[in-house]
Design a protein around this ligand. Structure first.
Ligand SMILES: [Mn+2]
Length: 160
């Protein structure tokens, strides 16, 4: 199972289109918020299972604030993250993931890629495709693969 994880496109789809092309065949699409009206576009161009949540800039969106679902054997919790002070410290969202008994927590909002595995939980942020803030400022996204034996691998990618 191949999963494309993106965040913070903010209504711009140039880098989004590039990431989608680079990603190739995907089985699941995840957007972690600040879609800013891009929902219809993404619905039109992506034909697979989708999970999208609202960001702090998605004022008029019908998207859910957060979602829990399974990818293979993994319980996944997704949220934009602003309600969990992710700009200060990923500790709060890590604790929320623990409380929900999630295996994987995914968030956005900071526009900076993040990846950590501790105490059995994977916490990740693919960064922003449209407005990256990390060193080098390349639009970023993540590809997650779940192998036939159930193992998950994560590939943080940067657009050239
Ligand atoms: Mn944002």
């Amino acid at each position: 199972m191949r999963v494309l994880i993106v965040s913070d496109t903010h209504g711009r789809h140039g880098n989004f289109d590039r990431a989608l092309e680079e990603a190739g065949q995907i089985d699941v699409f995840i957007h972690l918020g600040d879609v800013e009206g891009g929902e219809d576009y993404m619905d039109a161009v992506i034909d697979c299972e989708k999970h999208m949540v609202r960001g702090n800039n998605d004022f008029f969106s019908d998207l859910p604030r957060e979602e829990e679902f399974y990818l293979g054997k993994y319980k996944v919790f997704i949220t934009h993250g602003h309600a969990y002070y992710v700009s200060l410290d990923p500790e709060y969202i890590f604790e929320e993931g623990q409380a929900r008994k999630a295996d994987i927590v995914m968030y956005g909002h900071t526009h900076r890629p993040f990846f950590e595995q501790k105490d059995g939980i994977t916490v990740l942020n693919p960064g922003s495709l449209s407005f990256p803030r990390q060193e080098g400022r390349k639009g970023s996204y993540m590809i997650m693969e779940i192998e036939a034996d159930g193992t998950a691998t994560y590939d943080q990618r940067y657009l050239g």
